[in-house]
Ligand binder design. Structure first.
Ligand SMILES: [Zn+2]
Length: 543
């Protein structure tokens, strides 16, 4: 059997032996290159100085590690002007000078590293019969040369979180080749502008609607057309429409079911009726809990004295046997009155409730508003608080034991968060129920009708890319007197050229956002702890 072709050793290497040593397939070979050339002057050598063995790791074979032992020559360079007197012959490109692995193993390990990262890469490599360490994998990934950036005429820019909420980076995508061409360590206008200045050939910049990249593009690529992302605009509009719908909720409810609103007396979760628990409420609840505990203890005592086994007592009370035993041993348990912990949020609770009642829908919006009032706490604090508000209302309605039989109506479950999608979607995509709900909302409130017209008009501009009709839309918004929309109008006016381009040109940031998602995946595979240089390398060379 011819072994040489199976192992695919290059010409100039001749196999002299194959054997298993320490579970590694050990292949001895000899270099048969005709006269080796001096690496310095390139002239072929005539005289051999000595021979030595190079030990090289190669691709695994049949699940075994492969070790290559290649006998190579050292030769004299006899060119009198050459500085090198003795040189070792090289086996390029099969093995790089000084390397201890073959080039093909090097490339495979790099590919494994790019796909999986250091730790996982090392484990995967071991399964494949390649012995390496995560350090080696990372070193080899970092050794990948940066591909020089060629001409880029359409540039897509977006940011991504290096550490969420603290540190952000910028991803740059060639919108024509769909390739990530660079990753920058921050998202400041200066950094991005400097990058753009090095590329005067850019004639289009697709970006989000933030001011940083707008400034960067204006400074760094003044020659380029800026395209603002139209889907962000659609998202803005959806959020605003939701707020408007929440505001006009009472109007909608009154218009369709006057009798219901009087019956429910605000217990349907109407925001304006909710009050936070006072200290007296808390105290009362605490006393009630304590009284219940006492009662349960008395009952337990009674059963115990009647000789009921602890197991049965525990079962009847719905507690563990350990609890029953503890109660018996210690007598009535002292219950500390529950105390509300003081938190940095307390002074802002009223403001948060007010915002919530006024229709601010997401805890994020409320958190942002509180920050302007000096609140220093985290988003989670606010989020947890807001989450409990509707819960509380639900509980109160449940405890009241009022279960009214109400007439069915398409709007009885009206919720701005759901209704807004009826406004945004293409009316042809709505089913019958959705259409009748939408119809009912529009008939219930003139504001809702106006809002619906504006939202649909906007979505049509977006779908058909009619940038030239944006002005007419802005005028209609101004005439509508829906105050929530005026902020959006102002922000569009500030960035109008780019917005119109966004509505007219086919480019959009969806492509860039896809790349950001891929970057996030890579980041998560590194458990979110990757240092920026490695993340950049893995994104730029991603398979
Ligand atoms: Zn030489």
């Amino acid at each position: 059997m011819e072994v040489q072709p199976a192992l695919a050793l290059p010409e100039g290497l001749e196999i002299t032996g194959i054997e298993m040593i320490d579970e590694a397939l050990t292949i001895t070979a000899i270099s048969t290159q005709r006269s080796p050339c001096c690496p310095l002057c390139g002239s072929p050598a005539a005289r051999v100085h000595s021979r030595y063995t190079r030990r090289l790791a190669d691709l695994p074979c049949g699940g075994h590690q492969v070790r290559l032992l290649v006998l190579v020559r050292k030769c004299f360079c006899e060119v009198p002007t050459c500085a090198r007197k003795i040189f070792a012959e090289r086996i390029i490109p099969f093995v790089a000078p000084w390397a201890r692995v073959t080039a093909r193993l090097f490339q495979i390990v790099q590919a494994i590293g790019l796909a999986t990262g250091g730790m996982l890469g090392a484990r995967l490599a071991e399964q494949l019969g390649i012995r390496t360490s995560w350090m080696t994998i990372l070193r080899w990934i970092m050794a990948l040369p940066t591909v020089p950036i060629e001409q880029v005429s359409q540039l897509g820019v977006d940011d991504f979180a290096i550490r969420r909420g603290r540190k952000y980076g910028t991803i740059l995508v060639d919108m024509e080749s769909h390739q990530v061409i660079d990753v920058l360590p921050d998202r400041s206008a200066e950094t991005v502008a400097a990058w753009m200045q090095a590329h005067p050939e850019i004639d289009l910049v697709s970006r989000d609607r933030g001011t940083d990249y707008a400034t960067a593009a204006t400074q760094g690529a003044p020659q380029a057309t800026q395209v603002a992302d139209r889907f962000h605009l659609a998202k803005n509009l959806t959020e605003i429409a939701e707020v408007v719908l929440a505001r006009i909720r009472p109007e909608i409810r009154k218009a369709v079911q006057p009798e219901v609103s009087s019956l429910q007396q605000g217990d349907d979760g109407n925001r304006a009726d909710w009050k936070p628990k006072t200290e007296a409420d808390e105290q009362q609840a605490g006393l009630a809990r304590q009284a219940e505990r006492c009662d349960r203890y008395q009952q337990m005592r009674q059963w115990y004295e009647q000789g009921l086994p602890t197991r049965d007592i525990a079962h009847r009370l719905g507690v563990t046997r350990r609890t029953v035993q503890n109660w018996i041993k210690k007598g009535i348990p002292y219950a500390k009155p529950r105390q509300k912990r003081k938190s940095c949020f307390d002074p802002y609770a009223d403001a948060a409730i007010a915002l919530w009642q006024n229709g601010a829908l997401s805890s994020l919006q409320i958190w942002q508003a509180l920050q302007t009032q000096g609140f220093k706490g985290s988003y989670n604090t606010v989020h947890r608080f807001i989450e409990t508000l509707p819960e509380y209302i639900k509980r109160r309605v449940g405890n009241g034991g009022r279960s009214l039989v109400l007439p069915e109506h398409p709007l009885q479950h009206f919720q701005a968060r759901e209704a807004v999608w009826l406004f945004v979607r293409d009316p042809h995509d709505l089913d019958e129920t959705e259409q009748s709900t939408l119809q009912a909302i529009r008939e219930a409130s003139p504001t809702a009708e106006t809002l619906y017209q504006l939202v649909q008009e906007f979505m049509l501009l977006l779908r058909q890319r009619k940038g030239e009709r944006l002005d007419a839309w802005l005028e209609n918004v101004a005439a509508s007197q829906i105050s929530e929309l005026s902020r959006m109008v102002r922000s569009i006016e500030r960035d109008k050229a780019a917005v119109v381009a966004g509505f007219t040109l086919p480019q959009n940031n969806g492509l860039v956002e896809g790349k950001v998602n891929k970057l996030k995946l890579i980041k998560r595979m590194m458990y979110g702890r990757a240092a920026f240089p490695l993340l950049r390398q893995r994104v730029l060379h991603a398979l």
